[in-house]
Design a protein around this ligand. Sequence first.
Ligand code: SF4
Ligand code: SF4
Length: 135
Amino acid sequence: MTKKKVLLKFPQNGVSKPFTYRLIKDYDLIVNIFKARVTPEETGELWIELEGSDDRIKKGLDYLKKERIEIIPLEKQIERNRETCTDCGACVSLCPSYAITMDRKKWEVNFDKKKCIACELCVDACPVKAIKVNF
Ligand code: SF4
Ligand code: SF4
């Protein structure tokens, strides 16, 4: 089983079709949605992780391409330097996928790499530059 994180960009009026349903039913993929945004003009963006065999993921992505959906792989890796981080919490509320959370008992900031969708919102927010992007 392979996991692949991608950002899907939907064309205008392209958000109303049941794409995730088709990926699950027709391509036997597990679809984990991290974040979704639909604009008033009805374009849309969807941050997802697909899980399945390489072949099924490829076929599922080919199906989306045929539907004129732009696919942007999220290959970047976010790293948090535990030594530099001061647990100030400035990045916590910005994280759309809850990869960064505050342990309120210990007042420590935790980072779960598996949930990160590499949106980079936390990178500029960190006052001590404890978060960096790797390619
Ligand atoms: S890049 Fe930062 S803000 Fe974005 S999902 Fe990852 S940890 Fe959260
Ligand atoms: S903003 Fe930087 S220093 Fe503050 S909790 Fe986040 S990673 Fe740590």
